[in-house]
Design a protein around this ligand. Sequence first.
Ligand code: NAP
Length: 454
Amino acid sequence: MDLPLRVAVVGAGPAGFYATEALLKQRDDALVDVIDRLPAPFGLVRYGVAPDHLKIKAVTRVFERLLDDPRVRFLGGVEVGRELTADDLARHYHATVLAYGAAGDRRLGIPGEDLAGSLSATDFVGWYNGHPDLVDLEPPLDGPWAFVVGVGNVAVDVARILAKTPAELASSDIATHAAAALERSAVTDIVVLGRRGPAEAKWTTKELREFGELADADVVVDPAELDIMLASKAAIADDPAALRNLDVLADFAARPLAGRRRRVYLRFLRSPVAIEPDASGTRVGSIVIERNRLVERSGGVIGADGTGATERLPASLVLRSVGYRGRGLPGFPFDERRAVIPNERGRVLDEDGAVLPGVYVAGWIKRGPSGVIGTNKPDAVETATCLLEDPVRTIDAEAARPEAVDALLAGRGVTVLDRDGWRRIDAAETAAGEAAGRPRVKFVRREELMDAGR
Ligand code: NAP
């Protein structure tokens, strides 16, 4: 009798679940183990999506339904590369789909970037979303000036969370420690810096508009910077989304200040060139910003060059929000330059560019950290289709039994949190949320999650 198709999906985020869905739709006899380093599933939906964007999180219903499927197992709290190696996966599964995302961040490469108070937005996001690795981040919120570098949707998220009142965050699923710290926050002025013009910003209109709906923060766009907008408008004449963004910014620029407690400044053609310490010598005290001008590079790409004109502004918190960056996993190929796993339509390639049998990739670690959650669906379908087109690798029938992986992990002393464990965590979190009038109150520490799942 033929063996069922055993597939390991590494990463329980959107890419992993969409890959699982695509495999199960196309192959009745697939048995998928979704493996995650963390005890709780859903990756970027739980730990990346802003806590006040609850509608986006509703996608977990689709993933929960997949967890209900008897052909799917969740192996939470298992670190691939350490507790389960590439060789183990090759021995126990016909195929592996690496869908573990891009947890690292890109750097600015400027002096002072490692001072206390200069953080990556990705860490700050993980902190307020209760990521077990970032609970103890303690971002300094004791000074008035916060700078956010970058004008993508993550920059919008972190600036908005800094600007919101406790009442606005009360209905979110923000981690309790972060809600308490933000309630005490002395930040009053949040400056978002774009290195190019407003027409080149990466944020989407819906997200940008939310700055105009804050309960106790004014959004500030300097009308004098409107001419920059006009200068770069010609370049986006065929880009309706960018034109809509300019209209929103023009509306913000026309608004008088309403004297609210906080301000969010959206500034353009500005790059930080240094972050300087305060008197302690170890903490962020100021930021030096250079004015840029737009230049047309080859292929019509709009770039920004420094003009040499700088200003120094007081700062106590600097969040670089200049993109996520993928990381390699021991035992698998990795392209350091592009920070992705080299692949062709999801088939992983070795150093010589040859297809590595039985290893596939989906999501951000396949194509880089861009797109919305839904972008991962067609991406995962492409990968699953390639996987199912390829000849099935031969593996030992005994090793292919799900119990063989369980025994291997138990023998190594790894406690696995399964679907029922997650359901217990979920029930406890939502019950605590109900009592507090919130969608859920998250367990944040690994041990708390493991205890609640037992
Ligand atoms: P992103 O959209 O790629 O934006 C990165 C920003 O950083 C850009 O403005 C970029 O400017 C800037 N940047 C890069 N290097 C820089 C440097 N050295 N100095 C100054 N600025 C620099 O990345 P992201 O905001 O991290 O978002 C990642 C993905 O998740 C995106 O696809 C985003 O839409 C998605 N996301 C969606 C939502 C949502 O739907 N609500 C929320 C969060 C994230 P240049 O353009 O000049 O390079």
